[in-house]
Design a protein around this ligand. Sequence first.
Ligand SMILES: CC(C)(COP(=O)(O)OP(=O)(O)OC[C@H]1O[C@@H](n2cnc3c(N)ncnc32)[C@H](O)[C@@H]1OP(=O)(O)O)[C@@H](O)C(=O)NCCC(=O)NCCS
Length: 331
Amino acid sequence: MDLDKIEAVEGHQLRLRLVQPEDAAYIYDLRMNPDYNSYLSPVSGTVADQKRWIENYKTREMAGEELYYVIECLNGQRCGVVRLYEITEESFTWGSIILDQNKPRKAALEATLQSMSVGFDILKRSVVKLEADNRNDIALAFYRRFGMSETGSDAQNTYFELTAADFNAHKDALWTAVKKHSKPIDKKHDRTYGSVTLVDLPVVTDPRGDLTFLEANNHVPFDIQRIYYLYNVPVDSERGGHAHLELEQVVFALSGSFRMKIDDGVTKQEFWLRNPRQGLYINRLIWREMDCFSQGAVCMVVASKPYDEADYLRRYDDFQKQVAKKNDPLS
Ligand SMILES: CC(C)(COP(=O)(O)OP(=O)(O)OC[C@H]1O[C@@H](n2cnc3c(N)ncnc32)[C@H](O)[C@@H]1OP(=O)(O)O)[C@@H](O)C(=O)NCCC(=O)NCCS
């Protein structure tokens, strides 16, 4: 299996990327949420069980038997999951799709096109099988509208198939519908106050190893005036807990992984950094906290200014006051 091509699939407003153990809490919350799980097989246990499930799944992924994707917006915001499984020489089964409240318009259509394209265009399988609970009117309508052929039903489920030829005949029109009715999400740096964006760096791959580089005012949207890194971080350590008035930063996990909890004063988001080729751009007036450091994690931060204690907001209420001032400069 060509792991490079299936690892991440980028589209108009969404990216599918293979699930990681760090996604366990996100997936657990999705699967436990009654808004989404009525017609899915029940999940029991804890986040730790979900993590173990993902770790076991990774051996099936390596064997080319199953691909489980997190669906995220191009700015890195997760909005769902989808799975290809029972992958045989000829066919694959598609399902477990869930989209949450962060989905952009036409996300179901785009994520289905992307994941089907993995099965048909990359894995070169000739037919996909899927099923939906007979009570799941939304999923049934969506599959029929997509062009899936009904192959049968029983007391619980309706079964569908779609051939590669049918997929290829319909996919351009479906992509046109995605592009016509959805707004592309800008994955480049949004430098308005209070924004965060994932930054992808180039990689030069060579049998001797991979090389990644970053350039000021190109991959990083400012003049770099300071670089620092954290290492030997105890796994139970928590760092951060502050915001900056003017400083902009891009944070990378050069090795290992950690979680960044981001808060713009209104919305809270979580990002797991684990890929040395991808950093998180954090603009001014963002409250950030870091935890869940893996063993041996190395965190590198490139910053737009030298250290200045006066630029720090170390109390959450001071941060909130600054956010309120920004939103209403006359107050
Ligand atoms: C099943 C699920 C993923 C479908 O997603 P959804 O967003 O509800 O799907 P919709 O039918 O509303 O389709 C999404 C959009 O694509 C559009 N669309 C769907 N099929 C289309 C087609 N063939 N051509 C053009 N547009 C289409 C819809 O009009 C809708 O547009 P909008 O975003 O502007 O409203 C979602 O409902 C979900 O997560 N359900 C809970 C979990 C679940 O039951 N999963 C299925 C297991 S079998």
